[in-house]
Design a protein around this ligand. Structure first.
Ligand code: ATP
Ligand code: MG
Length: 501
């Protein structure tokens, strides 16, 4: 079989992360089938010994239904058996040859050999257990080990691994613990290594923090010991291939149909928008939705730390920041990108996440003819968002008087859209708020749409509705008129007011 080791193979592949491990507990019983497979029952690596995954295709199309075995905790015996089978497998196959195979063939190859090993070693296993073991081993060798079933699920927003024994996921806005676990911290770290090495980074004791991306675009953060005290912490924001649309957000109740209409108009008429929200509240999703209403002939430049936005327009330039290399050189910050954007004749600039002094450059862009620029900011209310903007400007070392800073903010930001994840896990747009001017030293804002929580149903789900605050003519009315959208705006606001009555 291709990929299997010959007995005369003196040039054995040594996996990069190979660990010394106990020899197989029981020597294989002699038998007629004991030929090619168990030719070398020698000291062997731990089950996590990886090869560079030949490709992630195997991951995208797992042969077994990706339902997690949530209810069933795997026993110590299972891990022990797996360890023995894995050791025998690694001893038998030539991993470097295996890496040359396409993922399906590699899986087939592994299946054949593992089946042989189980038969020869006489492990008592049901067909179902055998299938489970096969799947686990394939995932260890070809993919991301125990994470595979989670990565294959599309309903998971985040995967949070806190050391080898605690894996949490976020589903439908709620965080839940899974029964998935890694054999030990080393296996977890090995998988993290494999993930980050694919984007040319490294994570270990000397460089314990690392951002990376999975080939499918999912955002990854790893923080390893000694900084993470109880074992490596791995956080993955799963990339949704099919991004949510504004219509879907309406269906989920994140915004009312009329509220969505107001958002579409705000996006279309080139208001400068800041989307504010806590972590995982749906800021990026909302930003992506709003970009749908940008006219197709506008030149848009996006700046992101990790490309998440998926603009549908043809005239888009996508830029991404770069962290420093191992020698600490070559960093390109968000600020560098936003500044550079201004020399690229943008009509709109979209900043995925504003977290530092680049806010000043974005505001400058907003107020120097790049109307319709947008960004997201971590904050819990529109008012807090304004404070955050001010403090981020201060972080940039600008020593401008407070009033001047506020005037710049007022002159730049038209609308703040607040996103929130509520205590029942649902995500809602809670405010559409305009920034309308200054009174003395204070920035004046005006809410146009608010989400009112009215109570809670029998299942603990919050009940509420989006209401207009009665502002018939928002500050951006003239802008809407300029784009011929004033009638649509008036109708949407009116309908919302009626509903609230
Ligand atoms: N209204 C919604 N209803 C249901 N799921 C949503 C909604 N909005 C966003 N999501 C999902 O929630 C997850 C987090 O969304 P998103 O990445 O937009 O959040 P974020 O605020 O940008 O997070 P971060 O602060 O980490 O950047 C994604 O999986 C997304 O698909
Ligand atoms: Mg985001």
């Amino acid at each position: 079989m291709f990929g299997k080791r010959g007995n005369d193979d003196g040039n054995r592949f040594t996996p990069e992360f190979r660990q010394p491990a106990p020899a197989p507990a029981a020597p294989p019983p002699a038998g007629p089938a004991d030929t090619a497979v168990l030719a070398r029952p020698t000291a062997s690596p731990q089950p996590s010994a990886p090869v560079a995954p030949p490709a992630r295709r195997a991951v995208e199309a797992p042969p077994i239904a990706p339902e997690p075995k949530r209810g069933r905790e795997k026993s110590e015996t299972y891990y022990d058996t797996k360890s023995q089978v894995f050791s025998a497998l690694i001893d038998t196959i030539d991993l470097s040859q295996l890496a040359k195979l396409d993922p399906e063939s590699a899986r087939e190859e592994i299946r054949d050999i593992v089946n042989d090993i189980i038969a020869i070693k006489n492990f008592a296993m049901s067909i179902a257990e055998q299938e489970e073991l096969l799947e686990d081993i394939c995932n260890d060798v070809l993919g991301y080990g125990p994470l595979e079933p989670l990565l294959a699920r599309d309903d998971i927003a985040d995967i949070m691994v806190n050391g080898s024994k605690n894996v949490y996921i976020e589903v439908n806005g709620k965080v839940e613990q899974t029964t998935i676990r890694f054999r030990d911290n080393q296996q977890l770290l090995n998988i993290c290594q494999r993930i980050v090495s694919q984007v040319g980074r490294r994570v270990d004791e000397s460089s314990p923090i690392c951002d990376a991306r999975l080939p499918d675009g999912s955002r990854v953060n790893v923080i390893a010991p000694p900084l993470a005290i109880d074992g490596t912490a791995l956080t993955i924001r799963k990339f949704k291939k099919d991004k949510l649309t504004l219509d879907q957000l309406v269906r989920f109740g994140a915004i009312s149909p009329q509220g969505a209409e107001v958002l579409k108009i705000i996006g279309r008429v080139r208001c400068n928008i800041v989307i504010s929200g806590g972590t995982g509240s749906g800021k990026t999703t909302l930003l992506n939705c709003l970009t749908n209403y940008i006219d197709r002939d506008e030149r848009v430049i996006t700046c992101e730390d990790s490309a998440e936005l998926q603009l549908q327009q043809p005239h888009v330039v996508r830029l991404e920041t770069r962290p420093p290399n191992l020698e600490g050189e070559g960093e390109v910050t968000m600020r560098d990108l936003v500044k550079n954007c201004l020399r690229m004749r943008p009509e709109r600039i979209i900043v995925g996440e504003v977290r530092g002094p680049e806010v000043f450059d974005l505001l400058q862009a907003m107020n120097t003819g790049h109307d319709g620029s947008m960004g997201t900011i971590h904050s819990n209310s529109p008012r807090e968002c304004l404070n955050r903007i001010e403090s981020m400007i201060a972080m940039g070392g600008y020593s401008l008087p407070q009033k001047t800073v506020r005037e710049i903010v007022v002159g730049s930001v038209d609308v703040i859209i607040q996103a929130a994840r509520l205590r029942d896990g649902s995500r809602r747009i809670t405010h559409i708020t305009e920034v309308i001017g200054m009174e003395g030293d204070v920035i004046i804002t005006q809410d146009i749409v608010l989400y009112n929580i009215k109570g809670e149903d029998a299942n603990g789900r919050l009940l509420g509705e989006h209401v207009s605050t009665g502002i018939g003519r928002p500050h951006f009315w003239e802008r809407a008129r300029y784009y011929g959208e004033e009638q649509r705006l008036a109708t949407a606001l009116e309908a919302m007011e009626k509903r609230a009555d």
